[in-house]
Design a binder for this molecule. Structure first.
Ligand code: BTN
Length: 254
């Protein structure tokens, strides 16, 4: 892509800019398996088979941002999964930087970014084994609705342009990349604690009634806190639950 040449990315990244791919996560996965270094950043103009959480697809028209970063954290996969919070913080901070002052941005557990209460971004972490490496690489896939939002979505969606953002894709990419480098660095230096605190400071719904949809059930309760690993603590009817994966829906406005 032509814009790639003008993209001022932190030196940590090595950009692989492509036109149409099936999924940037798929491309990054293949590169990681071949030994691509940490910081490899796959950016595509459009995806034909964008992957979402829980087996869903991801609407991927030109004009939106699709990227996947290869990281090689020195931690077991369960701990490295905390980096989905680093990605969410990166996108949140990029959106806040790009949007006009006064537009509300917040985070929805585990890693959705909301603008004025609607989902603007999705994050999908995958692991990729590299022959000869003790630990799998982490593929951090990020989609940001910059110019368009999906006509149908599991959660009400929006895009940055609908809230007055005028930044081009390369600018959004660079802002997200700076955030990944910043929050990945904080995690490497200080573990999950600083990310947990930063996430909670930007989160929507802590202390409020929520519904958590699991694959086979729906739980109502109060969103109490994040546990030290990033799981959601819910005071549900029938007792306290610690939830590792699910879709959150708010039951109050604002
Ligand atoms: C979600 O369901 O919220 C996660 C969506 C993640 C989409 C991004 S787009 C770039 C990367 N490549 C993919 O195939 N998926 C992720």
């Amino acid at each position: 892509m032509n814009e790639a040449a003008a993209t001022p990315l932190p030196r940590f990244f090595r950009l692989v800019a492509l036109d149409t791919v099936d999924s940037t996560n798929g491309v990054a996965h293949a590169l990681a398996a071949e030994g691509a270094p940490e910081g490899t950043l796959v950016w595509a103009r459009t995806q034909t088979a964008g992957r979402g959480r829980r087996g869903r697809g991801w609407h991927s028209p030109p004009g939106n941002l699709f990227l996947s970063a290869v990281l090689r954290p020195d931690a077991p996969p369960g701990e490295a999964a905390q980096l989905s919070f680093a990605a969410a913080l990166a996108v949140h901070d990029a959106a806040a930087e790009i949007l006009p002052a006064g537009v509300r941005t917040d985070l929805k557990w585990p890693n959705d970014v909301l603008v004025e209460g609607r989902k603007v971004s999705g994050i999908l972490l995958e692991t990729a084994e590299t022959p000869g490496e003790a630990r799998p690489a982490l593929v951090v896939g990020i989609g940001v609705n910059v110019a368009a939002s999906p006509p149908e979505a599991a959660y009400p969606a929006t895009c940055l342009a609908d809230h007055g953002a005028t930044a081009d894709l390369a600018t959004v990419l660079a802002a997200v990349a700076r955030g990944i480098e910043r929050w990945y660095g904080r995690w490497r230096d200080g573990g999950f604690g600083p990310l947990r605190a930063a996430w909670l400071a930007r989160a929507r719904g802590v202390g409020d009634p929520i519904t958590v949809r699991l694959p086979d059930a729906s739980l109502d309760g109060i969103f109490v806190d994040l546990d030290p690993s990033g799981a959601l603590i819910l005071d549900a009817v029938g007792g306290r639950r610690t939830i590792g994966a699910g879709d959150v829906f708010f039951r109050t406005g604002g």
